[in-house]
Design a protein around this ligand. Structure first.
Ligand code: NAD
Ligand code: MG
Length: 393
């Protein structure tokens, strides 16, 4: 029986995780659930799964959740605030942590899970982008297992030789990693036509149903840029051996090219329950509730090179990855602020990449030597990005 804590249980990944777990009560027990604002949804989850601990963002939410749970005689301990996310990891008795908070808010509790030797199911790519080296060191010293949940990285993990991640420097015949990308809703639209794009248009992903932030990242292809950095840290291959391929059908979730000419691909429906089930049960395979892939019903599978001039965010991410140090931290922070401003404050879509570019050029990268330093750079980059957005108005 695995004891699972879900950080971000009310989001798209969180709900899909509970869906897989619901089908396997003999294998998994939920011991902690956390959410920021969707208190009623969290209450329903607590009533169904009866975790030891539930965490929300603030005191008001905690009071509301406590009332809803008392009314159903549920004895879950209700906590609130960022420190309580770490408590959920450390004191719920979990052995497995699904890291599915969106953005930098997930970093500290995910790092705590790594240090404590938990099995970390990593959906929260921003945490790894911000602090790749430190996070991988924390995983190593904690001694737990790191299972990538992002579909591309999960696909690559499945296609790599056994033990690859234990000794990546050996490379074991691996030449290149090919990350596939659908290209998002604006794949074939010239960038000049995107000036008046609304949040609803940007969030209407052709193949995947996801949270709003990652949906916008998919439209700008910042998501793929973050994923290149994620792959760099997870798999330890030099950047120039990590490639991006546009694959509009989202059937091949990523590939590994080997020295002998073999290319291994992982295919499946675009349904996050497949990588989630893989991570939960690894090294076993369990039913994920996902329909079979019917290859005969697919008209074709196509692959093309990305057009970098159409997706400036992808270029910025590659540049930040190359610059190293805290550049990816700055990239991520500026992007989070710009995407939030696009979603909530009417920042024009094409300004997202401008905010990221200006913030990156204003803050010189330094060595990402400690968590405190990374959090400090993250805060400064956010201030800088906000300033930049104010200047646009
Ligand atoms: P989402 O917006 O649907 O859910 C985010 C979750 O995080 C919610 O439970 C929310 O309550 C919680 N949260 C948000 N801000 C918080 C804060 N400040 N403090 C505490 N909790 C907070 O997002 P999602 O689509 O489920 O994505 C989650 C993560 O997984 C992201 O990092 C995303 O990049 C990654 N991911 C998602 C998908 C997908 O298909 N949705 C695929 C690959 C990777
Ligand atoms: Mg992905």
């Amino acid at each position: 029986m695995k004891r699972v804590a879900i950080l971000g249980s009310t989001g798209s990944i969180g709900v899909n995780t509970l869906d897989v777990i619901r089908a396997h009560p003999d294998r998994f027990e939920i011991v902690a659930l956390t959410a920021a604002k969707q208190i009623e949804r969290l209450a329903e989850q607590c009533i169904e799964f009866k975790p030891a601990i539930a965490v929300v963002a603030n005191a008001e939410g905690a009071a509301q959740l406590s009332r809803l749970l008392q009314a159903k005689s549920i004895s879950t301990q209700v906590l609130y605030g960022p420190d309580a996310l770490v408590t959920a990891v450390m004191e719920s008795g979990c052995d497995t942590v699904m890291a599915a908070i969106v953005g930098a808010a997930g970093l500290v509790p995910t790092m705590a899970a790594a240090q404590a030797g938990k099995r970390v199911l990593l959906a929260n790519k921003e945490a790894l982008v911000m602090s790749g080296n430190l996070f991988m060191q924390a995983m190593q010293s904690g001694g737990g297992e790191l299972l990538p949940i992002d579909s591309e990285h999960n696909a690559i993990f499945q296609c790599l030789p056994d033990h690859f991640t234990k000794s990546p420097s050996a490379h074991l015949g691996v030449e290149e990693l090919w990350l596939t990308a659908s290209g998002g809703p604006f794949r074939d639209k010239p960038i000049a036509g995107l000036a008046t794009i609304t949040p609803e248009q940007a969030c209407a992903h052709p193949n995947w149903v996801m949270g709003r932030k990652i949906s916008v990242d998919s439209a700008t292809m910042m998501n793929k840029g973050l994923e290149v950095i994620e792959a760099f840290w997870l798999f330890g291959l030099p950047l120039e051996r990590i490639k991006v391929l546009i694959h509009p059908q989202s059937v091949v979730h990523s590939m590994v090219r080997y020295r002998d000419g073999s290319v291994l691909a992982q295919m499946g429906q675009p349904d996050m329950r497949t990588p989630i089930a893989y991570g939960l049960a690894w090294p076993e395979r369990i039913d994920a509730g996902v329909p079979n892939l019917n290859l005969t019903q697919l008209a074709s599978l196509s692959f093309t090179e990305p057009n970098f001039s159409q997706f400036p965010c992808l270029s910025l991410a590659f540049a930040a990855a190359k610059a190293g140090g805290t550049a990816p931290t700055v990239l991520n922070a500026a992007n989070e602020i710009a995407v939030a401003a696009f979603l909530d404050e009417g920042l024009p879509y094409l300004r997202i990449s401008e905010v990221v570019e200006r913030t990156l050029s204003a803050l010189e990268p330094i060595a990402a030597s400690s968590l405190e330093l990374i959090l400090d750079v993250d805060a400064r980059a956010r201030d800088m990005a906000r300033q930049c957005i104010r200047n646009f108005k």
